[in-house]
Design a protein around this ligand. Sequence first.
Ligand SMILES: [Ca+2]
Ligand SMILES: [Ca+2]
Ligand SMILES: [Ca+2]
Ligand SMILES: [Ca+2]
Length: 462
Amino acid sequence: MIGNRRIALCMFVLLAAAAESVAAATSPAVQASLKAGRPFVAGELLVQFKPGASEAAKAAALGRQGAQATRTLLGKARRKDAKGDLVQAQLGKGRKVDAALLARLAADPAVDFVEPNWIYRSQQSNPDDPGLGKLWGMQGASTSPAHPYGSGALAAWNADALCSSQVHVGIVDEGLMTSHPDLRANVWVNPGEGSRADRKDNDGNGLVDDIHGWDFVGNNASVFDSTVDDHGTHVAGTVAAQANNATGVFGVCPSARLISAKFLGSNGGTTAGAVQAINYLTELKLAKKIRLVATNNSWGGGGYSQALYDAIQTAGRANILFVAAAGNSGSSNDTTPSYPASYALPNLIAVAAIGPSGQLAGFSNYGPNSVHIAAPGVDILSSVPTSKRAGGYAYMSGTSMAAPHVTGAAALYASLNPCASAAQIREALLRLAVRDPQLTGLVQQTRRLDASKIRAELACAP
Ligand SMILES: [Ca+2]
Ligand SMILES: [Ca+2]
Ligand SMILES: [Ca+2]
Ligand SMILES: [Ca+2]
């Protein structure tokens, strides 16, 4: 049996656009911004009409795309240049702003150009999530509020080094609460199944209605079943809880898409479940060409398994990083291996937990040869289900909570470096880590996670 180990779990309820194929008519810069997942107001457009376009032609152009003008931002008569009306428009219900819609509208003879209504933030501003002051793991030495041993994810946010919604992460764990108010915007929807269950395996992968992932414990599509999915929901929140939604907390990569591969139930999980869960995610990536860059694996305790080793290695060949909690036995993985953290594979990062003092947590496994990095894992506030329907927040501690800080950082790096391989992401996270003498003899090269310096740095091959 593989049991997810966690300790000191105290509950504190605090508070309750994928780009399609792009036509040439949309500006390449707008396409690139869409692709990068830059935020915009849902359903809103800015439309620049040509100077000669009649009122009827303008209304017809919008109407054909299910849109209507809500106001004129700049009328032709008042303009100093030779352009026509600049209009703000609203899409009808059920329509969304994407590259295809922009291209269709831009191709209309009445239209000069069209773009999303981008959302800007003042630089150096914090997200408005009320939990910010309690998220020591997200703070950094130079942020406000500051925490010297936090991951520095907030500093990356402040520097506009933003997470992309094109990046996907697999949560191999319990299930996760897909309706949680701080997660639901980032829960993956399988494009091959659509958002509505129809009891058909529409994408032909052998799993009926795997809309948000799959439950390998119950062998069914419901990846959230009850409050027993609190650990998976908590881990998911640290990776990618939504930021700047005036709600709760936020994750290290707060726009990344979360795919649930549930294999831990109330009695833990098994090698069979873990292998299926990991292979499911690898197959999804290969079949659907989604940018699934990492899996989070906050579990351990089983014996050595060649089958599990093979599954992780296969994921690596598909450029999926495997982020593993080092274990909560307070022992050395160098002398007593803890699986899966101790599999020596190039796509695996084993993560130890530090507390707010920067010291290794008493429960955390360690190993200067086999544990690669440390990250915040004590008194970590994140999302949980408080009932079948209600989402809340709770503090948890464990290497289970440290690993998702690293997984989120991997997703953030991949957001800013879209051509990075798993090996390059791993190398970058280890290179950018802070060397902390408190971790001497405990963690390889005394590394502690530092997401504050994650930036675009890799060019894509031409
Ligand atoms: Ca399916
Ligand atoms: Ca279906
Ligand atoms: Ca289920
Ligand atoms: Ca939030």
